[in-house]
Design a protein around this ligand. Structure first.
Ligand code: BES
Ligand code: MN
Ligand code: ZN
Length: 497
């Protein structure tokens, strides 16, 4: 897809298709009003006759609008003006793209003043529009014999007011493209089935990514992990024939030798639960249990594309959780890399076992900040549904910054407490700690478990169990929280919009 920005008035635009919004009931946006005026109230007539009332999600193509030089005008229903916020803005862009694809048009121009969002700048609108256009165009059909034809749509432009600072808008466009690349990368890794996306596949993808962007990449094998003492991670892998991988990538856009931000992503390429086997229904969705890994790799891709001036290290502990003959049993005790012993009371609480060793390993980078991303607990879905990612942190400033990045990128998080009171539940009669804390506050006790391995640095944990993928007819990876993490890093590099 080719994107561009034009600083022209929408009513002066030529070309195959111009896109503007209409509010409910029958209330033209600024851009629509300008075109209406030009056309001698032709649009008002259309609205008055009831062909389009602005209902959210509705669309209408008009041809031969009097005095209008573009071939077609696409009206997009925005719903009621008072209800029109960021979410509606982004969804209306996707709705428009779907209508344009269905029409077979090759090119379209979105009038920004046709999608009025008072609280947001033109730059923000452009960045988010690019991400949502790319989202609507995303396909995952590599396993279908007869994939649908690729859409004819090849060029999209955004029409901005001539008073806008065009450098800012160009930056926003580039950011949108880079974020969309990261999201698409994460979505595809997430959507791949467990028999294709194995720990070995994750390692190969990481090596390819590193090669394409001139990054350093190292993959530790089972023997390396044994020598180091990553027994918690290894205990998860031992029930599967797929060998575990421990992947480390480094992007150095900042000061040479400067402290990096470290992102750690849970890379369970399939989670059957192990001996504590999960119920069969919906178990296929546990191929998405490497979404944390996919999102940190996607974020790295975005950051490398934007050449941000910061140092970023990405760590992906990768394994498959299966109930083979070598699998750990409930009651087994392992010694983690940190030296703390863990009683594995439930083999389905495997995410924290691979993460704890990765979090200890992160110490060696003398990190400025460590953020782990994981589809960690079903309890997080119960608490926050599919809207917000769960946020936990041992540092209030970091939590605030992530919450703010979430609002700006509209990839939102909600903080949950990490008080000492929750530590009680992880007590074991036989080891330093147990890997589960019982049913109450399941996502908090999971985070609390991780906090026992992150005492040496500023740390945040993102539980993406509810946000990394969608179920049902729209089943598929979302690419979250790539937009959140990328925005957070843009801020750190002084490049946020
Ligand atoms: N990957 C799952 C968490 C999960 C479950 C994410 C459902 C999204 C949807 C994780 O490994 C897991 O199984 N967690 C257990 C923890 C429990 C055994 C303490 C869970 O949430 O049930
Ligand atoms: Mn599990
Ligand atoms: Zn899991």
């Amino acid at each position: 897809m080719e994107f561009s920005i034009k600083t022209t008035h929408p009513e002066k635009q030529r070309g195959p298709c111009v896109v503007v919004g209409v509010f409910e009931p029958r209330e033209p946006s600024d851009a629509a009003r300008a075109i209406d005026k030009l056309s001698g109230a032709y649009l008002s007539g259309v609205l008055k006759r009831g062909d389009m009332n602005g209902k959210f999600g509705s669309t209408l193509f008009l041809r031969d609008v009097p005095a209008f030089r573009a071939e077609r005008l696409l009206l997009v229903g925005l719903g009621r003006r008072n209800d029109f916020g960021e979410k509606e803005f982004m969804a209306s862009i996707r709705n428009a793209v779907k209508a344009i694809i269905a029409s077979g048009a090759k090119e379209a121009a979105f009038a920004l003043s046709g999608f009025p969002l008072v609280k947001r700048s033109a730059a923000w609108k452009i960045r988010q529009a690019v991400i949502n256009v790319r989202d609507a165009l995303y396909r995952f059909d590599q396993f279908k014999k007869n994939a649908a034809d690729a859409p004819a749509l090849k060029k999209i432009s955004f029409l901005a007011a001539p008073s806008e600072d065009s450098r800012k808008l160009d930056d926003a466009l580039a950011q949108g493209q880079a974020i969309a690349d990261g999201v698409a990368f994460a979505r595809t890794l997430g959507n791949l089935p467990g028999n294709v996306c194995t720990p070995t596949h994750l390692a190969e993808s990481a090596l390819r990514l590193a090669e394409e962007h001139g990054l350093a990449c190292r993959v530790l094998e089972r023997d390396d992990m044994k020598k180091l003492g990553m027994n918690a991670l290894l205990s998860v892998a031992q029930g599967s024939h797929e060998p575990p991988k421990f992947i480390v990538l480094a992007y150095e856009g900042g000061k040479a030798g400067g402290r990096p931000i470290v992102l750690v992503g849970k890379g369970i390429t399939f989670d059957s639960g192990g001996i504590s086997l999960k119920p069969g229904e919906g178990m296929d969705e546990m191929k998405f249990d490497m979404s944390g890994a996919a999102s940190v790799l996607g974020t790295l891709l975005s950051v490398a594309r934007m050449k941000l001036s910061l140092n970023l290290t990405v760590i992906v502990p990768a394994a498959e959780n299966l109930p083979g003959g070598g699998a750990s049993r409930p009651g087994d005790i392992v010694t983690s890399l940190s030296g703390q012993t863990i009683e594995i009371l439930n083999t389905d609480a495997e995410g924290r076992l691979i993460l704890c060793d990765a979090l200890t390993y992160a110490e060696r980078f003398n990190p400025e900040i460590v953020i782990d991303v994981a589809t960690l607990t079903g309890a997080c879905v119960v608490a926050l549904g599919h809207v917000a990612t769960g946020l936990f942190s041992n540092n209030d400033r970091l939590a605030l910054d992530l919450a703010s990045a979430g609002r700006e990128s509209f990839d939102r998080v909600w903080q949950l407490p990490l008080w000492d009171d929750y530590r009680e539940s992880l007590k074991s009669n036989f080891a330093d700690l147990a890997n589960i804390g019982g049913r109450p506050a399941g996502s908090i006790t999971a985070a609390c478990f991780l906090s026992r391995f992150t005492e040496k640095y500023k740390w945040a944990h993102l539980d993406i169990a509810g946000t990394a993928w969608k179920s049902g007819v729209e089943k598929g990876s979302t690419g979250r929280p790539v937009p959140l993490l990328t925005h957070f890093l843009l801020s750190r590099a002084g490049k946020a919009l």
